[in-house]
Structure formats: C-alpha cells, structure tokens
Design a protein. Structure first.
Length: 74
C-alpha cells in the first residue's frame, strides 16, 4: 500500500499516514528503517496490520522523501 506521512511526533514515536481518505496510525516500531526518521509529506509504502482491533501501518518504507528532506541532504 502507499500513502503520505501526515504527522509524526518524534518525542512520542507515533504518527499518521494518509491512505485513500483514511488516516492510519503508526508507531516507530513499524518503521522498516529506524535510522532515518520520517517527516511530514514523505511518501511511503507500508503493510497493513492490526492493533486492538484497529488497522495500523507496519513495515513502513520511505519511497520519496518530502521536498524539505531532499534539500537538506547533501
């Protein structure tokens, strides 16, 4: 599945991904590569999991960084 990071709270390790009109919760433990923090507007691929009977994003991989992240990398 594909979506875009709407919000990520680094201090608490959770956020939301926009996917087909729905906001999916994710936790830092669901990031495939924890060496690179996700940012708002990153385009991602992910798998769908379940937590407490609700859908969550897991195995999250950045496929296209947000424009600010691209400009900041050298």
């Amino acid at each position: 599945m594909k979506g875009m990071i709407l919000f990520y709270n680094r201090a608490h390790g959770w956020g939301f991904i926009a996917h087909e009109g729905e906001d999916l919760y994710f936790h830092v433990s669901g990031l495939a590569n924890r060496k690179r923090a996700v940012e708002a507007n990153d385009h991602v691929e992910f798998d769908l999991g379940e937590r407490n009977g609700r859908p969550i994003a897991i195995n999250i991989r950045v496929i296209f960084p947000a424009p600010a992240a691209i400009g900041g990398q050298q």
